[in-house]
Design a protein around this ligand. Structure first.
Ligand SMILES: CSC[C@H]1O[C@H](OP(=O)(O)O)[C@H](O)[C@@H]1O
Length: 350
């Protein structure tokens, strides 16, 4: 379990069993605010507005959202409409489609009266499985960090990561961070270069929050600093998460990941992608077919944070229009290996 206050998970069913409890990640690191989602619309808003985010978390939240929709109306029409509505909250993370399909396959053959309970149970199971998958990813990646430590016993291992693929992005442990947490807990000295990850700063706000709370040494850096650090020999490996890996091994992840992969390739730094099977999309042949989410330009042109007087303020960073693609695609040729629950794989999907 990674430090998560009174809970051991980033999402769980509410105590009355009728909703989902999540962290409102927009308030982190300034406030740890838990919120209860009580209907499908609340789950859709939480995903679309990124109260909660990260591929496995998007899938888990949508699964509970579908269960809540069926609790209100378990008809076939409701099932189809709710699945479609939740599916269109965010286009890129394949876990969203996977989780909705899992719940739909579970409840479809059932009489309407049994659907809500079965949907909630399947959502619970998706969360339980995600914890085990991420822990296993941690075990797989731990050996890589043990090997790096054996090669450099006299100094910390320096890992660069992009965005947040931590326990906040999953139900627990994270994907990219899971090996880091396990290595740190085993006593291997690890230091993490944390890409701030503009424009929503998931690295500076969320990954830094996680690592700080777990006592893992880390340094926040500008997104554009990683290439220099690699050129200077200050990065032993890059480990990132992903929102979708296609049949040929292409990796869709937060915007800026591809540039890190290019810098890693140019400096002979191993570039690892951590993912559970729920993020592998065998149905999409290659990365050019992945829908890339375009988010509002205001995420780029405005900055929100504490004003210092206890209030949260927003400032404008430019008067000009902005384009804001939220993801990019790293070709499989730039990936050293995939860290999965089945081990570290040179190729994926075979
Ligand atoms: C373990 S999935 C983490 C993945 O999701 C993030 O995207 P977002 O914050 O927009 O949901 C980012 O791509 C992370 O690598």
């Amino acid at each position: 379990m990674i430090l998560q206050g009174e809970y051991t998970r980033s999402i769980m069913r509410t105590q009355d069993g009728k909703g989902a409890r999540i962290l409102d990640q927009r308030q982190l690191p300034w406030e740890v605010r838990w919120v209860e989602l009580r209907d499908m619309e609340a789950a859709a808003i939480a995903i679309r507005e990124m109260w909660t985010r990260g591929a496995p978390m998007v899938g888990a939240t949508a699964a509970y959202g579908l269960a809540m929709a069926l609790a209100e109306d378990p008809s076939d029409e409701s099932l189809l409409a709710a699945r479609d509505y939740l599916f269109h909250t965010r286009p890129t993370a394949v876990n969203l489609r996977w989780a909705l399909d899992e719940v739909a396959k579970t409840v479809g053959p059932l009489p309407p009266a049994e659907r809500a309970q079965a949907a909630f149970a399947r959502a619970d199971a998706i969360c339980d499985e995600d914890v085990e998958l991420c822990r296993a990813i941690g075990e797989s990646g731990l050996q890589l960090l043990r090997d790096l430590h054996a090669r450099h016993p006299d100094r910390p291992i320096n890992i660069l990561t992009h965005c947040n693929a931590g326990w906040l992005a999953t139900v627990d442990y994270g994907t990219a961070t899971a090996p880091i947490y396990l290595a740190h807990d085993e006593g291997i000295p690890v230091h993490v270069w944390v890409d701030e990850t503009r424009p929503r700063n998931q690295g500076a706000l969320l990954t830094a929050f996680e690592l700080r709370n777990h006592g893992v040494p880390h340094t926040v850096i500008a997104d554009n600093a990683g290439g220099l650090l690699m050129m200077q020999g200050k990065v032993d490996a890059v480990i990132v998460g992903t929102d979708r890996v296609t049949a040929n091994g292409d990796v869709c992840n937060k915007i800026g990941t591809y540039l890190k992969a290019l810098a890693a390739h140019d400096n002979d730094v191993p570039f690892y992608v951590a993912l559970p099977y729920t993020t592998f999309d065998a149905d999409t042949p290659s990365g050019d077919a992945i829908p890339i989410e375009e988010r509002a330009g205001e995420e780029l042109t405005q900055a929100t944070g504490p004003a210092g007087d206890g209030t949260i303020t927003t400032i404008r960073l430019t008067q000009s229009p902005a384009a804001n693609p939220a993801f990019d695609v790293t070709p499989a040729r730039l990936v050293t290996a995939y860290i999965t629950e089945k081990g570290v794989l040179d190729r994926i999907g075979d």
